[in-house]
Design a protein around this ligand. Sequence first.
Ligand code: ADP
Ligand code: MG
Length: 136
Amino acid sequence: MKNRTLAIIKPDAVRAGHSGKILDRIIQENFTILGLKQTWMSLEKAQGFYEVHMGKPFFEELTIFMSSGPCILLALEKESAIDAWREVIGATDPQKADAGTIREEFANNMGENAVHGSDSVENGAKEIEFFFSNSE
Ligand code: ADP
Ligand code: MG
C-alpha cells in the first residue's frame, strides 16, 4: 500500500552542496514529491519536531544542529514509502550504513547524518503535518 514519509535534507548536506544529488536520488527511486520547500527552522521548531528525543544526551546538540542553517523538507509518497525511504537513507550511524545508501555517501557522523526519514506510517503523517499545510 502507498504511504507517506517526511524526508529532510539536513543542514550539513545542504551546506555541503549535496541537495541536488539527494533530490536526484529521490526521483530515481520513484518517490512522488507531494511537497517540497526550504526552511531555516528555529531552535523551538527543532525542539518540537524532536520532542520524542527530549532528555536524551544528544538532544541539545541535535536541535542546535537542525536549526543551524537551511534544510529542505519533502513530503514523499510511494508504495511502502516509510520502509523504502529508510532503506535508501541507511542506518543512523553512517559507519554502519550499507554501501549505496545516502548516509553512507554523504553523512559526516551520527549527529550530522545528511537526511531524516519517518519511522512509522503514523509518524510520517504527523511529521508531514508538522511542517506542511494542505495547500503546500
Ligand atoms: P533516525 O534519524 O535514523 O531515525 P533517531 O530517530 O534515533 O535516528 O535519532 C534522530 C536523530 O538524532 C539522528 O538522525 C541523529 O541526527 C541524531 N542522533 C541520534 N542518536 C545520536 C547520538 N547517539 N549522537 C548524536 N546524535 C544522534
Ligand atoms: Mg528517528
